[in-house]
Design a protein around this ligand. Structure first.
Ligand code: GLU
Length: 478
């Protein structure tokens, strides 16, 4: 039993700018595993203050993706755009204490400043011109309706040290820190202000987030200090890279979480795949259930170096998880993909396909012939190489006659009969079975043939053999 630490409160804080991708899901999962393993809380926060990048429907997709992956959050998600006034008030408090200041520089002036910095090969950052404006003048100009942003006043000397739970001790020189914007001129906060205010208010104990935020982390620590709030612990997660060592993206074949659902992947497989992106239990085990992941997860075992994503492993894992389902579970998962077939009719067929499926989406095609006659035949599939149509039609007719006469309809008797027929015809069993396979199922790749024949029943099988033979005797259309 994991140690219970009910003060652990973590959050996943997506920006609703699109779908839930694997990297986002990994951040969410690490937070979730940590919270559940510690008996703490996992919260959700929607960071939608960047109105230009906001995408309607994105929050719903992210929430659906999380639910599908089995991550349920505690409490009602906090939505930042509903809290504008709270951030404005927090910024005002920082201005009053001198930890932040109003900046009235116009976009044009900032652009000129940056161009000059570029020309001098200096890092682009705010030159702090407005930091010198006395507070009463700043108040007057703001009251007079002048547009401004609020910037954090960074210390001009000294260092700031972050003890990151993953990346270790990271020390930054304060003179390198930009006086970044906390509140924009439209009154919306930037990420920096909003996350700190919210993490404090939500009593977040650990910030587990992507390492893209590591360079801003000292400013974030200083912001907590400026508010006089104890900072949460930080754990920055390593980047996830594709095989070319560039950040994992669609061009590597990575899909969004809900696209994996559409493509017939099991959430267990996706969870397992993302859990191992930068973490491992430190043992040989590599297929774990969610409960096992929760039990084994620890922040100490997250690696600091980038994680390499091998998407072929996800395909392999998916097959593994499909094999681990019971026949009833597999049938239930396939039901939505084969709505015309009662789930009870699917169950007995599961042993025939379970070992062969890589995704759930392959099942309808593999199983369709149990419920539908093949609608047409392609002679080049029906007629084995080196044989002709007439001989194949003859072989199918003989197979129909032989099977019709069978008194015992078991896989053993069917197999013996058909092997005997191949011998009589002078055909290899391989050729005969391929012609029979296509005639009975309409496909060249199917579940085991004899087993399928036995389950389809004599009338269906003989009827299909007759029809297939007939198709070879009719003149080709056109
Ligand atoms: N909205 C931020 C992002 O999507 C969240 C970072 C954080 O977890 O604090 O990157």
């Amino acid at each position: 039993m994991a140690q219970v630490n009910s003060t652990v409160r973590v959050r996943y804080a997506p920006s609703p700018t699109g779908a839930l991708h694997l990297g986002g899901a990994r951040t969410a999962l690490f937070n979730y595993l940590f919270a559940r393993g510690q008996g703490g809380q996992f919260l959700l926060r929607i960071e939608d203050t960047d109105r230009a990048r906001f995408k309607p429907g994105s929050q719903e997709q992210i929430e659906e993706g999380l639910h599908w992956l089995g991550m349920n959050w505690d409490e009602t998600p906090l939505v930042q755009s509903e809290r504008k006034g709270i951030y404005e008030k927090a910024a005002a408090g920082l201005i009053a204490s001198g930890a932040a200041y109003r900046c009235f520089c116009t976009p044009l002036r900032l652009e000129q400043m940056r161009a000059e910095q570029r020309a001098r090969h200096e890092p682009e950052r705010y030159d702090r011109r407005c930091r010198a404006i006395p507070l009463d003048e700043s108040e007057r100009r703001a009251a007079g309706g002048e547009r401004f942003v609020v910037r954090q006043a960074m210390p001009l000397e000294g260092t700031t040290t972050l003890q990151d739970l993953v990346m270790g001790t990271v020390t930054f020189r304060n003179e390198t820190l930009d006086d970044h914007v906390l509140l924009k001129s439209d009154g919306f906060p930037t990420y920096h202000l909003a996350f700190a205010v919210d993490d404090h208010e939500m009593r977040i104990s650990h910030i587990i987030r992507g390492d893209g935020w590591l360079p801003s982390a000292p400013k974030h620590l200083l912001l907590f200090q400026a508010f006089n709030w104890p900072p949460p612990a930080f754990a920055h997660l390593p980047l996830v890279l594709g095989p070319d060592k560039k950040p994992l993206a669609k061009r590597h074949g990575a899909k969004d979480v809900l696209e994996y659902r559409e493509a017939g992947y099991l959430p267990e497989a996706v969870d397992n795949f993302i859990a191992f992106l930068g973490w491992s239990p430190g043992t040989e085990e590599d297929i774990l259930t969610m409960d096992q992941l929760i039990e084994k997860f620890s922040i100490e075992k997250i690696q600091a170096s980038p994680a390499m994503a091998n998407l072929e492993r996800l395909d392999w894992l998916n097959g593994q998880f499909i094999r681990r389902l019971t026949a009833d579970e597999l049938a239930a998962r396939l039901a939505a993909r084969m709505p015309q077939v009662p789930v009870d009719s699917l169950k007995p067929l599961m042993p025939l396909v379970q070992e062969r499926l890589r995704t759930l989406n392959e099942a309808p095609d593999m199983l369709r012939f149990f419920f539908e006659n093949p609608d047409s035949y392609r002679p080049e599939q029906l007629v084995p190489k080196g044989r002709d149509a007439a001989a194949t039609a003859q072989a199918l007719a003989e197979a129909a006659t032989t099977l019709r006469a069978l008194t015992s309809w078991t896989p053993e008797s069917i197999e013996t009969t058909l092997r005997g027929l191949a011998e009589r015809l002078g055909w290899s069993s391989k050729d005969l079975f391929m012609a029979l396979r296509v005639a009975i199922t309409g496909r060249t790749v199917t579940p085991p043939l004899i087993e399928s024949i036995s389950r389809l029943g004599k009338d269906t099988v003989v009827g299909r053999l007759d029809r297939a033979g007939q198709s070879l005797r009719e003149p080709a259309p056109g």
